[in-house]
Design a protein around this ligand. Sequence first.
Ligand code: AP5
Length: 215
Amino acid sequence: MANIILLGPPGAGKGTQAKRLVEQRGMVQLSTGDMLREAKTSGTDMGRRVAEVMARGELVTDDIVIGLIGERLGQGGGGFIFDGFPRTLKQADALGALLADRGLALDAVIEMQVDDAALISRISGRFTCAKCGEVYHDATRPTKVAGICDVCGSTEFVRRADDNAEALKTRLMEYYRKTSPLIGYYYARHALSVIDGLAEVDIVAGAIAAVLDKP
Ligand code: AP5
């Protein structure tokens, strides 16, 4: 099964599409953002430091996230969706080495293009089910019944600490300065596919499926 990277700025829809691929194709989502949010609740010093960095919208150090991905890849399997990783050239090199060590290949890097104005409105309207993690949006994807998760029926929802205007400005800056060079990095390796992330969720899903199913 293919191993892919979903590459795009905050709010591009990486998490939304990764969850669909998990449901529809049985792929494995590896989101460093989710892993770090779990680490934050561990009560350790590392967890507290990570929480502060994430709340400001800055990137966590390369060694921490490379370690998290290395651990997860060490558990075996395939059909990985790298969501929010890699985010720097150092992380991209490390991912290449980790995959090669395990005899795995990277099959596609899908860049999801979305303009900044749409990102701001997507991020400011986002909320997530506290129990199953399903992602919603106040305007574009509300729950079918107000206050009840469509997937698991939970009535508890959360909004992320870094989904505010100040942190988002930093997150976008971090993306353009440190992550966008990966577009050229993967283009040069003939691995990059570019899709329109501004389209509706189903259309974006179709574009990703077309990349994955390309003979
Ligand atoms: P992370 O959790 O990875 O966040 P992010 O990259 O900022 O991306 P988001 O989760 O905000 O957006 P998304 O693209 O998944 O969009 P979503 O599908 O939710 O990282 C958070 C932090 O952790 C970082 O700032 C950093 O501190 C740290 N970190 C993580 N990884 C790291 C790494 N590798 N190195 C260093 N630090 C790291 O969609 C957003 C909203 O839009 C939702 O409401 C959704 O319903 C809606 N939406 C989605 N698609 C569409 C569509 N097509 N049309 C309309 N609305 C849509």
